[in-house]
Design a protein around this ligand. Structure first.
Ligand SMILES: [Zn+2]
Length: 290
């Protein structure tokens, strides 16, 4: 285990040093850490102590899927990058995209394997990790070897994918503003906006909602993300002005135009992570976890 973790850490550091920075289709790593930390604080009392016992581990591990992406590791569904998004507006269906197949096999049948994987797999990847978490929670409750550590690790990974779904630009084809002359918007949203203004966001108490079907839930999250993108694109365009200067004045104007959306998505993501971990525990039979 330790050798494995060290290998992953070394690989991740090497990847950072060696590879050119990919276009980030993600919250910044630091945003993931902050969202996961808040979600851990908001877990129901029955499971809060169990997951917070390895709090630092969970917060740090919630960025792992981005490190796999950067290090080019492949999972069962294929290469990692498409696991982090679904361009739901790129499938020839009008909003709110109710005609996009929710079953993976039907999705592939409709669009073909290549196009399906280009569009993205976030809801199915989230479901895959969620299902593993349900099993791990049961094994943790039975005191099986690695049960508890797997449950914490998988909950951290689930947090990552749920958080990704809340980034408006993980749901649309124009994910970096590249189609509207606003290239770099992905990073401007997550650094200029989220990290620079984090301290001014009103973070409300975590609300746990029941999740009956994690895949359907992620589709709903993505539909909402897609709905929010035009307002963010408008705010960015207006803040940058005709000369497209992205300095301090831009940052302030962008916050005025899109800060409320960012704040809403941050709060939604925190609620959703805490709710998804809770739902997995309930689906496992709400066992006592020590
Ligand atoms: Zn990601």
């Amino acid at each position: 285990m330790h050798v494995y973790m060290r290998t992953v850490a070394v690989a991740a550091v090497l990847a950072w040093l060696v590879l050119p920075a990919p276009i980030a289709r993600a919250w910044g790593l630091d945003v993931h850490r902050r969202l996961t930390e808040r979600a851990l604080d908001g877990l129901p009392v029955e499971i809060r102590a169990f997951f917070n016992e390895q709090r630092a581990f969970m917060i740090e591990r919630s960025v792992d899927p981005d490190l796999w992406r950067i290090a080019d590791l492949r999972g069962r569904l294929g290469e990692e990058p498409p696991n982090h998004f679904l361009d739901i507006d790129d499938l020839g269906e009008p909003p709110p995209f109710t005609n996009v197949p929710r079953e993976w096999d039907a999705f592939v049948a409709r669009y073909g394997e290549k196009e399906a994987n280009i569009a993205g797999r976030l809801p199915w990847r989230t479901e895959e990790i969620y299902d593993k978490l349900v099993v791990a929670v049961r094994e943790a409750a039975e005191g099986r070897q690695y049960g508890a550590s797997n449950a914490r690790y998988l909950a951290a990974l689930l947090a990552h994918y749920v958080e990704d779904g809340h980034v408006p630009f993980h749901a649309v084809r124009n994910y970096d503003g590249q189609l509207t002359g606003q290239r770099g918007l992905h990073a401007r949203f997550e650094t200029a906006l989220i990290l620079d203004h984090w301290g001014s966001f009103a973070l409300r108490p975590v609300v746990i909602s029941p999740i009956e079907d994690i895949r359907a839930f992620m589709f709903d999250v993505l539909v909402e993300s897609a709905r929010l993108t035009p307002a963010v694109l408008d705010a960015d365009r207006e803040a940058a002005g005709p000369d497209k200067v992205y300095g301090a004045a831009y940052s302030e104007r962008f916050r005025a135009g899109a800060g409320a959306i960012a704040e809403q998505r941050v709060n939604d993501a925190i609620d959703a992570v805490a709710s998804a971990i809770t739902a997995a525990w309930r689906e496992a039979g709400s066992p006592k976890l020590r």
